[in-house]
Design a binder for this molecule. Structure first.
Ligand code: SAM
Length: 300
């Protein structure tokens, strides 16, 4: 009897972490990993399961960024009540219908995560219940994905994200350290950051140039902050705009604060006008934002 060629759909339990299976599915759907979408697929089931277990609690709701061929989606679906996965690439969306389309608690949405309305997802997909967020993030928009989530007002419980190791180091850096930058001060205002474990570049196909790390971001209680959120973000961005310049210069030139007011604001916060933004902690930025707000220079 002639043996019929297997299709992805006919495979009852697809081993989506197997490099052979990944290339078979890509071939079947006439796809190739796209660099422009940061497509590096996880091919280590232990790592996939570890990420899934960190990402969502049993029976929780979870939003996944960039499911690819669905390896993490599949693992999440075994734990969660509902998984909603956002994928930009129409080719992947087509493949996902075959790899995870039969899982009753998975919904795939074809959309650019950066354009996604998180409030709508929260209300319509998760019944207004707090939810988890996770993803093996596309490296070209890692910072944008992180900032979109932490700056949002949706009640996410935690955001478990895989990213390049040096980005993870930047998120955890403290004022004055080499890796400290605008993203450290921005994320640090909204959430605590914890690096869970490193992941070797050998755990992906195609193999990227650098190693990765899995980071858990947990928003501060109630997502309430001591100063206006938009103002804080604006101040941090403004103060890092010209990294090599002093905070006084950035206040005047980037944020447009009159010179005498800049001097007064810095004096009132006890900050040294000649230092650079990389020396300012989250608390320093909070104090600076508060002083600027009370003088009416930044805000909503
Ligand atoms: N989750 C899969 C895995 O771990 O094997 C794939 C991860 S791959 C690093 C990133 C995925 O994000 C790709 O599937 C890519 O197409 C998708 N992606 C890239 N940019 C995106 C965007 N703006 N919105 C949603 N998905 C995106």
């Amino acid at each position: 009897m002639m043996k019929e060629a297997k299709t992805a759909k006919e495979d009852k339990v697809m081993n989506l972490a197997s490099p052979k299976e990944i290339s078979r599915i890509l071939g079947e759907f006439q796809l190739a990993p796209l660099k422009k979408f940061g497509q590096n697929f996880l091919c280590d089931q232990n790592i996939v399961d570890k990420i899934a277990n960190e990402s969502v609690q049993p029976q929780g709701y979870v939003l996944e960024i960039g499911p690819g061929l669905g390896v993490l989606t599949q693992a999440l679906s075994k734990i969660a009540n509902k998984v909603v996965s956002i994928e930009i690439d129409p080719g992947m969306v087509e493949a996902l219908a075959h790899t995870v389309g039969d899982l009753p608690n998975v919904k795939i949405i074809h959309q650019d995560f950066l354009k996604l309305d998180l409030e709508e997802i929260y209300q319509e997909e998760f019944d207004g219940q707090p939810f988890f967020i996770c993803g093996n993030l596309p490296y070209y928009i890692t910072s944008k994905c992180l900032l979109k989530v932490v700056e949002s007002r949706v009640p996410y419980l935690s955001f478990t994200a895989m990213m390049q190791r040096e980005v993870a180091a930047r998120l955890q850096a403290q004022a004055g350290e080499r890796d400290y930058s605008a993203i450290s001060a921005s994320i640090g205002f909204f959430a605590s950051v914890n690096t869970l474990f490193d992941v070797s570049k050998n755990c992906f196909v195609p193999r990227p140039d650098v190693d990765s790390a899995v980071v858990k971001i947990t928003p501060y209680e109630g997502n309430m902050r001591p100063v206006d959120r938009e103002a804080y973000v604006k101040v941090v961005r403004g103060m890092f705009a010209m990294r090599r310049k002093t905070i006084y210069n950035n206040l005047v030139k980037t944020l447009g604060v009159p010179k005498d007011m800049a001097t007064k604001v810095l004096e009132s916060t006890g900050l040294d006008a000649s230092q650079r933004a990389e020396m300012l902690s989250v608390d320093d930025f909070i104090a600076l934002t508060g002083a600027l707000l009370s003088n009416g220079y930044v805000g909503k």
